[in-house]
Write a protein that binds this ligand. Structure first.
Ligand SMILES: *Cc1c(COP(=O)(O)O)cnc(C)c1O
Length: 274
């Protein structure tokens, strides 16, 4: 994409430490003139830990060169503790980035799509590029995206109604209640069922460092083994997707709505019967 734009890419800083002064030096270097833009790309699904340093979006936006910020997952609500380390789109916009790119699905919670927001003339230039038409969003996805974004007008409502945000914030006592109910529904079905504590991760590698602790329903695979049980559940109708840890199939109440507990239990009992 960068080659297609005709830009020459200049790396700034080192793999683990990069300061605003490194950018300022690169911008001032006559070999790099004219500098068109600073591109920052969020390392969504990996992190460098320890002896690391990077320039903030505010510092980058004060260097006098338009900034393109590829923010990744699309965090529109600030103040959620689980998302504290993710770049928030409003922060980049406030900082003055010319363009902020982010995903429509990941943490935004909408359809698969890519969004570009920012300054009027920069967004206009992106819109006029021939590629914009090639990657144009279809009308049904657009309708879904609009419905998702409307929820964000009331942040409290978005946190309640967008599954990805709601699942991040399920209260501990609700998780316990759902896990116990699922375990009860499974009782007497001839499979060993236990409620245990486990760590869940957010899908798509969007939050590589976040571990969500909570109770899960652990199933013994029985005579056929845990892989066969997991296969049968995935292939069932409705499909039930669990995760395997320590030779047990874990069903996580975090990603199950109240109305899904009973159908999930029925699916497990039917899969266990073979
Ligand atoms: C996910 C991601 C993309 C691609 O976004 P999709 O809309 O999910 O295809 C681009 N850049 C970054 C930094 C990302 O995290």
């Amino acid at each position: 994409m960068i080659a297609l734009s005709g830009a020459r890419l200049v790396e700034v800083g080192t793999a683990n430490r990069t300061r605003a002064a490194d950018y300022a030096r690169a911008i001032a270097d006559p070999e790099h003139a004219p500098v068109g833009t600073i591109l920052r790309v969020h390392p969504s699904n990996f992190r460098a830990l320890g002896f690391v340093e990077e320039a903030s979006i505010e510092e980058l936006c004060q260097l006098g060169v338009p900034v393109i910020d590829d923010a990744g997952s699309g965090v529109l609500i600030e103040g959620l503790p689980q998302l504290a380390d993710e770049p928030a789109v409003p922060r980049s916009v406030r900082a003055g980035a010319a363009l902020v790119c982010f995903s429509g699905d990941k943490l935004l919670g909408g359809p698969q799509a890519g969004l570009i927001v920012g300054r009027h003339e920069a967004v206009g230039a992106a819109r006029r590029h021939p590629l914009a038409r090639a990657v144009r969003i279809d009308k049904l996805s657009l309708a879904a995206l609009e419905a998702t974004l409307r929820l964000y007008r009331e942040p409290a409502r978005a946190r309640r109604e967008l599954p990805v945000l709601a699942m991040l914030e399920v209260p501990a006592e609700e998780l316990v209640r759902r896990a116990r109910r699922l375990a009860e529904e499974l009782g007497g079905g001839g499979i060993a069922v236990q409620v245990v504590e486990a760590s869940a991760r957010v899908g798509g590698g969007a939050l590589p460092l976040v571990e969500l602790r909570g109770p899960v329903v652990a199933l013994d695979g029985g005579a056929r083994g845990v892989d066969a049980l997991a296969d049968a559940l995935r292939a069932g109708d409705p499909p039930v997707v669990g995760r395997i840890a320590d030779d047990r199939l874990l069903l996580d109440p975090r990603t199950m709505g109240e109305e899904e507990l009973e159908p999930a239990a029925r699916a497990v009992l039917s899969a266990a019967r073979g």
